[in-house]
Design a protein around this ligand. Structure first.
Ligand code: SAM
Length: 247
């Protein structure tokens, strides 16, 4: 059936995404720095600044960092909370988590993080169990985005917040042409040089071009039940930070 074909296509997408991140896990952090000239650090800092995790409280502050990969967001959240926040770093890819768990031994507060292999579309966590859900540069890789957002809403407590950081389409006149040239001509060869394979970076560029524009993605957040949905564009629209609340 038509429906059956769609499921096969979704599974094929996830398999391809898994192969990409399996292949790059060990050099993922280096590639991020090279491809974004270090700017991904500023976007991640901005996300955590927007979250503003508490530094103390009557009860634990629990965050789920989904598609958390090598733990960049988790480390920042924990540091910003001066070791108060408890972050579950969750990712579908055990190689990315392994690199993250290894790296976390050298963090300032290593005991505040735990690493759980899971699919964003089907979370192994109870309802109403997190104060915040973060996902940075992860949602566009998930085949069924709406399903993942519904799951995010389910596991958040009332009063909980979702923050999504994702690449967007650059549409600033002049800058768009430069960005396209950079994406097509610089990123794949750079990827090949560092990881030995240009294919993953071809995927990377296409996945950004296919990701819904901010108003459409805000609609999906609303569909999942999130309120007070908003977005902020960063660095000439290269990245967008979305926010919503479960109230
Ligand atoms: N958040 C990290 C960061 O900002 O550096 C990692 C982002 S990396 C570009 C995307 C991550 O999404 C990969 O680690 C990949 O394994 C993960 N991912 C892809 N599909 C997923 C899914 N269905 N569920 C959970 N994680 C997924």
């Amino acid at each position: 059936t038509h429906f059956g074909e769609k499921i096969v296509a979704m599974d094929a997408k996830q398999d391809m995404v898994n192969a990409v991140f399996h292949g790059v896990a060990d050099r993922y952090d280096l590639m991020n720095d090279l491809m974004s000239a270090g700017v991904h650090r500023l976007w991640k800092d901005a996300m955590v600044q927007e979250l503003a995790p508490p530094k103390s409280g009557a009860r634990p502050y629990r965050v789920l960092d989904m598609a958390g990969g090598t733990g960049d967001i988790a480390e920042r959240i924990i540091n910003a909370s001066v070791g108060y926040a408890e972050v579950v770093v969750s990712d579908i890819n055990s190689d990315m988590l392994r690199v993250g768990a290894d790296r976390s031994k050298r963090w300032r507060y290593p005991a505040q993080a735990s690493f759980v292999e899971a699919n964003a579309e089907e979370l192994p966590f109870p309802d109403n169990s997190f104060d915040a859900y973060t996902i940075a540069f992860g949602i566009r890789n998930v085949p069924r985005i709406q399903k993942a957002l519904n799951e995010a809403h389910r596991v958040l407590k009332r009063g909980g917040r979702i923050l999504v950081l994702e690449f967007s389409q650059v549409d600033v006149p002049g800058f768009d042409a430069v960005y396209k040239l950079y994406s097509d001509r610089v990123i794949p060869p750079m990827g090949k040089l560092v990881t030995g394979d240009a294919q993953p970076y071809q995927y990377f560029i296409e996945s950004i071009r296919k990701f819904p524009a901010p108003p459409a993605f805000e609609g999906m957040l609303g569909q999942a039940g999130f309120k007070r949905v908003k977005h902020t564009s960063m660095t000439g629209n290269i990245a967008t930070l979305f926010s919503g609340w479960k109230i």
